[in-house]
Ligand binder design. Sequence first.
Ligand code: SF4
Length: 184
Amino acid sequence: MHCDDAPCIKNAADNAVYKSDDGIVVIDPIKSKGQQNLVKSCPYGAIWWNAEKEIPQKCVFCAHLLDDGWQKSRCVQACPTGALRMLHVEDSEMEGIVQDEKLEILHPEYQPRPRVCYKNLYRYTKCFIAGSVAQAHDGIEDCVNGETVILYQDGKKLQETKTDCFGDLNLITWNLTAAFTRSA
Ligand code: SF4
């Protein structure tokens, strides 16, 4: 996420984690040796522990390639659908892009001011659930209009909706572990 207020930088001893001039947060592999605490310092879980080398590691936006003059990181270059972009722009320009494209950051409540933004983030953080309610009468199956359908998770009611004249319903929710029930 290359946060502007990165907990990994604050928790690193001996300036083992730092932000480079172009905004990339980098872990120094020599200074960080043995600092396993840095794994837990990242609220996004972006740091893992290399047990063999005893160093914390994470994505560094291919900083070594950019230093060599590359315009894009490997992931941006390799993504066949162009789902990733790497921008080197002034903050004011980035603010305009965020507004125009309705970009969002992941978990703003963590507050480390991450530099990675997402488009259509709701598709990742929420789930669209659709269904249909039908009932058999005298051997004929028909859709049920106006049926109340309740979404529960761990016994707690999350949402409630009614079916339309086709018996259809839809809900946007946070995860897929919830269970449906019809009203009595
Ligand atoms: S996402 Fe985690 S590892 Fe990356 S800069 Fe922010 S705090 Fe550090």
